[in-house]
Write a protein of this length. Structure first.
Length: 269
């Protein structure tokens, strides 16, 4: 029987250096001596204690299985960020969600554009590298680093006051539970024709549901279970060729009052 290679030692050193923390500081957090940590990192301890595995796993939020079986330095940046966000296949018991992206010649992430004609196929190809590679790609200066962005054009009147055809620049969201109430987002649902919707999202932790509210107050809000959502992209900015139309003050005040009441109901639940 061929023995499986164990990556714990190299992974421990890699994670510490990735977090930019010294051996002294990490040893203190793990409640071990620096000499023991150094021995663990350099493979000088042939049989680490179970408590050592547990301490490292809990600190870095990565399962023991991944620490032992996965060569972490060989993973891509997005994969690593998924793991660090808690999306570990061994912790979650489900398939690890890896976002398909493209990069330029300098190995920098592109900002893919999802044109209207490609929206129908996005639900089927959103995680297909070939489909993503077929989308138009751009570089937008001054976007935050180490984040993934995509551009989605708006359609229909449910997104008013944004005129139809406005390009929404949105950031890929890994931790859905971190959303603040009423955050504007592009959301991809399993149902609803696999459409891309632009809504104000509020996470309802107790029910594990999301409240979706349209920017156009004529559309009634509704809730969907979290498991019905495929992707969430948080609004960053928008681009349009049209000048914004003035909105009656009473409509603005009505929308604000509705959102305030919604937040009060969430606090009471």
């Amino acid at each position: 029987m061929t023995s499986q290679k164990i990556f714990f030692c190299s992974n421990l050193k890699f994670l510490r250096e990735r977090k930019k923390i010294s051996q002294e500081a990490l040893a203190e957090k793990l409640h071990i001596t620096r000499s023991k940590l150094n021995a663990l990192e350099n493979g000088q301890t042939k049989a680490p204690q179970p408590a050592d595995y547990l301490a490292v796993s809990e600190y870095f939020r990565i399962s023991i299985d991944s620490l032992l079986k996965v060569d972490l330095p060989k993973l891509g940046e997005l994969h690593l960020r998924e793991l660090e966000a808690g999306n570990d296949v061994y912790l979650k018991g489900s398939n690890l969600r890896i976002l398909a992206i493209t990069v330029n010649k300098s190995n920098q992430e592109n900002v893919e554009y999802v044109p209207v004609k490609a929206k129908a196929g996005y639900a089927a190809g959103y995680n297909d590298p070939e489909f993503i590679a077929s989308l138009p790609r751009y570089h937008i200066p001054n976007l935050p680093k180490n984040k993934t962005f995509r551009i989605f054009p708006t359609t229909g009147d449910s997104m008013l006051p944004f005129p139809e055809g406005t390009d929404i620049v949105a950031e890929y969201l890994q931790d859905w539970t971190s959303l603040k109430p009423g955050t504007p987002c592009i959301v991809l649902l399993k149902s609803d024709g696999h459409d891309l919707l632009f809504k104000l999202l509020t996470y309802q932790k107790k029910e594990n549901h999301f409240l979706l509210r349209s920017l156009n107050h004529l559309y009634a809000p509704y809730t969907v279970p979290a498991e019905e959502i495929l992707e969430i992209w948080k609004y960053h900015s928008h681009h349009t060729r049209q000048l914004p139309e003035s909105t009656p003050l009473h409509q603005v005040m009505t929308a604000i009052a509705a959102m305030q009441e919604e937040i009060r109901e969430l606090k009471r639940s």
